[in-house]
Design a protein around this ligand. Structure first.
Ligand SMILES: Nc1ncnc2c1ncn2[C@@H]1O[C@H](COP(=O)(O)OP(=O)(O)O)[C@@H](O)[C@H]1O
Ligand SMILES: O=P(O)(O)O[C@H]1O[C@H](CO)[C@@H](O[C@H]2O[C@H](CO)[C@@H](O)[C@H](O)[C@H]2O)[C@H](O)[C@H]1O
Length: 476
């Protein structure tokens, strides 16, 4: 007996890295919206070119997909216990799957073999050409930035690696991120990067366009296309190279004397972060949080800690330091300045080009409600996020290292040196961590560590000791 597409998807989705509901049974999976995407013929036939669209390859006709391929854009709902989430899929159908697509098979349906079509460069070109055209396909609206020049000829590859979403890289020109878990509303990444691009920010990748649709009655961002930075290296990889260099150098060599010392980059990153915060403060409104609301903020941190302890009881034994930090925050009696911030700032969200640190992924913490991710917040939250990341970089290589015990002081030295350089760079760039900000910084770091405890327990249990260690480190 053949399974329905919904049944097949329910079996397949739990194995996808981006599926947020792992570990809980699926009670129901339903298709909320299905849009067939026309693959026949070049994109010219889809929608007449609109004024302002500037496709650079008008005479380039993308080789049409084979006759027997069809593709549907799906918005599905997944009900687990009392929670229902939405996800976005691109499902292809073929009478038989070529070898190159077998690893992304979903299963056999009455329309042929279904597969995850984001991996099929024969069909993904429709996304880029529709963005260039400003097309409307069913309920899907493809849009581009005013004046954007989009070359529709490159083929796509799915970016590898551990991602919360799926990014398609077209040649070495564009990266189009398809948000997998859909939250109704405009994605903060589109909102923030567009605003910063309008103001000429050098610290973002240039935005090209996006895809949107009405989901639950709200205009919702489905995908965002930006300039791909083919020669840039991500901050996490660069930092790990430096840590490896230190661990591989003779015992007694100071972090400062190792060839791969990262401190000058951490300093530059601190400066770039301060500049980014200044750009965000100009592009969006700012405000203040008064002492009674600071108390509420501290309460929120406590609740988050308790939720983390409930999920990871091991954390209870480490919680005292966090309670102390939250008590001190509750006593702050001067207002805190707030503005739009990054919200989930870490070394994996920054890339070093020849000339600049570029900041990516302004979505905030995945899993938090959109209203919270768009809310004004203290820029110190981003500083705290990056400081946590230096601890992660220093410690993660220790987990299965045979000399972990003896390397522990070197991990602490590397983290301390780079954390200090980042803060110095932040001040040199005009950012401020002074007075009560130190109390706020400590509370935010430990609140972030509580979030990370949950994140690691769910996604990478062997990494759990890294955020747990944050609670036993000295108040620095
Ligand atoms: N514009 C870009 N140019 C080059 N690589 C990029 C670009 N944007 C993202 N990446 C790569 O993709 C990774 C994941 O991107 P990110 O936006 O953080 O996705 P997610 O939201 O799925 O975590 C980054 O760490 C980086 O390596
Ligand atoms: O990049 P995302 O938006 O998907 O963020 C999530 O995943 C991150 C891991 O990929 C996670 O970051 C944590 O691990 C990083 C190392 O992999 C480390 O540098 C960060 O400091 C640490 O928080 C992030 O918390 C999560 O939201």
């Amino acid at each position: 007996m053949r399974h329905t597409l919904e049944e097949l998807l329910a079996g397949w989705i739990t194995h996808q890295r981006w599926f947020a509901g792992k570990g809980r049974a699926i009670a129901e999976l339903a298709i909320e919206a299905g849009t067939p995407l026309p693959l026949r013929g070049p994109a010219e036939s889809l929608h007449s070119d609109v004024a302002g669209s500037s496709r650079t390859t008008d005479d380039t006709v993308r080789p049409p997909a084979s006759d027997d391929v069809s593709v549907r854009h799906l918005v599905i709902t997944v009900r687990q216990e009392s929670q229902t989430d939405r996800y976005q899929l691109l499902v292809g159908f073929r009478p038989r799957l070529p070898q190159r697509l077998r690893h992304v098979a979903i299963g056999e349906t009455e329309d042929g073999f279904a597969y995850d079509a984001v991996h099929d460069a024969e069909v993904t070109g429709i996304l880029l050409s529709s963005i260039a055209d400003g097309a409307d396909l069913g309920g899907l609206r493809f849009r581009h930035m005013p004046g954007a020049e989009i070359d529709t000829s490159p083929r796509s590859l799915v970016l590898g690696g551990e991602q919360s979403n799926t990014s398609l890289v077209f040649g070495d020109a564009y990266i189009c991120k398809m948000f997998r878990k859909l939250v109704p509303g405009v994605n903060p990444e589109l909102e923030v990067v567009s605003a910063l691009a309008e103001r000429g920010s050098p610290n973002i990748a240039r935005p090209y366009g996006w895809i949107e649709a009405d989901v639950a009655g709200e205009n919702t961002t489905l995908a965002f296309a930006q300039e791909f930075l083919p020669t840039a290296s991500d901050g996490w990889a660069l930092a790990l190279t430096s840590v490896r260099d230190l661990y591989g150098s003779p015992q007694g060599t100071a972090a400062a004397d190792v060839g791969g010392d990262f401190a000058s980059e951490s300093h530059r990153l601190g400066m770039a972060t301060a500049h980014l915060h200044q750009q965000l403060a100009t592009a969006f409104p700012t405000g203040t949080v008064e002492p009674p609301d600071i108390k509420r903020m501290a309460e929120g941190f406590r609740r988050r800690l308790e939720a983390a302890i409930e999920e990871v009881p091991e954390l209870a034994g480490h919680a005292e330091a966090a309670h102390e930090a939250f008590d001190r925050l509750a006593d702050v009696d001067r207002p805190i300045t707030v503005q739009r911030v990054h919200g989930d700032y870490h070394l994996g969200q920054v890339m070093r080009t020849f000339s600049e640190w570029i900041v990516l992924d302004f979505e905030g913490e995945p899993g938090q409600p959109l209203s919270e991710r768009r809310a004004l917040d203290t820029p110190v939250r981003d500083v705290a996020g990056m400081l946590r990341s230096f601890d992660y970089a220093a410690r993660h290589l220790l987990s299965d290292h045979p000399d972990a015990k003896s390397l522990e002081p070197r991990a602490a030295e590397w983290a301390g040196r780079n954390r200090a350089a980042f803060i110095e760079g932040y001040s040199a760039g005009g950012g401020h961590i002074r007075g009560d900000d130190a109390v706020l910084l400590r509370a935010l770091e430990l609140s972030k560590a509580a979030y990370e405890v949950i994140y690691e327990a769910r996604n990478r249990p062997t990494w759990l000791p890294i955020p747990l260690a944050a609670f036993t480190l000295d108040d620095r």
